[in-house]
Design a protein around this ligand. Sequence first.
Ligand code: ADP
Length: 574
Amino acid sequence: MNIKTKLRLSIGLLFVMILLLTLIASKYVYSLRDDTTNILADNYQSLEYSRNMLAALDQMQADPNARLAFQTNLKKQKANITETGEAEATQRVEDHFLDLLSAPDQAELLPLIRKNISEIMGVNMRAIHAKSDKAVLTVKSAITWILIAGTICFIVSLTLFINLPGSIANPIKALAESFREIAGKNYAQRVHLDRKDEFGQLADSFNTMAEKLEEYDNSNLSRILIEKKRIEALINNMHEPVIGLDENKMILFANEEALKITGLSMSDMIGRSALELSLQNDLIRALIQQPQTASTSGSQPALKIYANNKESYFEKEIVDITITKTGERQKAFIGQVIVLKNVTMFKELDFAKTNFIATVSHELKTPISSIKMSLQLLDNQHTGEVNEQQRQLIESIREDSDRLLKITGELLNMSQVETGNIQLTIQQSKPEQILQYALDAVKTTVDQKDIKLMILVPEYLPDVKADLEKTAWVLINFLTNAIRYSQPESKVLVEIREEKNAIRFSVKDEGKGIDSRYRDRIFDRYFQVPGSAKTGTGLGLAISKEFIEAQGGSIGVDSEVGMGSTFHFELARA
Ligand code: ADP
């Protein structure tokens, strides 16, 4: 039975019950009203007429009008005969009254008439009693029937009250619950209502929908699985080691190359926490370590790993994976992919280059030194007079050989830095001594360019822990750059001051300054600010950084385009 019919029947039944109750009550009320009306109309009137006749009879001797009153009441009584025996009694009253009228002296007729009237009254009194008994019975039967109908009404309403809301609300609840399950992607959810009404039809439709969704989901799943396999094959065929982590650093995937270099098996890695694994495996620890972004050199040192039967070098790249989830605006972090780029070949080439540069620059140093020596001899009076033109040529050869010596020196220093062969002799040194060393070296250049060199050094300065030569080399590099990138006759300020636990050396110029875009890169090897004079190698600042950092110090620059630059380094005090 459908819900509509059920509701109709229930409400209809209630309606019928209420109607029945009303009819029964009305029927008995009417029947009671009939009983009382009958008593009033039939018997009470007759009693009234009889009483009037008795009164008229008593006054008949004295009052001539009494006879008329008697006759009038007798007439009314005759018209109101309702009970058995009443007609005969009334007839007897009339007969004896007529006899009395024809023979008024017959005194014995009066009691006779009174007796006859009493008979009428008796009949009516009995009828009243009988009718009253009947009314009582009617009331009793009315109460019984109304109680029966009321009880049935109550039972029906109670049954509906208990069952109807549940029979409507329960399936709605079950359906709502199932819809929630479907929204939570549980497509295996079904509703079993086992009824033929609208809810049953709704449940059938819901089940069909869920079945279709499940089918769709499964087909999607298989497609996704194929795609997953394809991506896995792709990652596995990559020559670079690749490791995927989720947001909690659990390892999701790792390709063959990654397994090879880590020396772990698939089951050792997949599903395991990378943090946990890193406690046993140094390589995993190095891989999951986040790069330090603060580094000024930009690139991270390559990882040295034994792979492909030789020492190999890998550059690590950690890519953060973020997605925007359905219905959300914010991007959520869901994990990382670690990719290792095999840079062994470049490293080998780099080594070869460094060795070559080191050898060449070393080999060049001796002939250049001998050229310089020869120049000095040429300049000497004992070797003979030179004319003005020859003197200029000698000067130009000296400048070029100085530059060559500087370049070979820088290349040699760089090759030392690159091979990690910096030989430091750190000792307690006087800052003034370092400064003097540098000033002596740049004296000629300062004079040539007419630079106003200003020195700001406090009277007392504590010693520093430094390699005297290398630190002076850095200061010389700062000074040569300051002079090179300044206009002639401009000011260059060299300052040494004491800082908390350190001594700070700085060289401030009034040159063109350095654009903020390049400020971080000028300490990179071979980097030269675009547009600057190409006379240098782009190595001076890179070597300076290596020298200072190797001594545990720090190096930096403050600069503003058009206002000049201040290069500085700090070393720990002794
Ligand atoms: P280079 O031998 O080219 O001077 P450096 O490593 O010493 O190499 O300097 C790198 C680059 O930094 C230079 O090419 C130059 O453009 C810039 N630079 C260095 N010092 C200064 C300075 N005092 N003023 C302006 N630019 C400078």
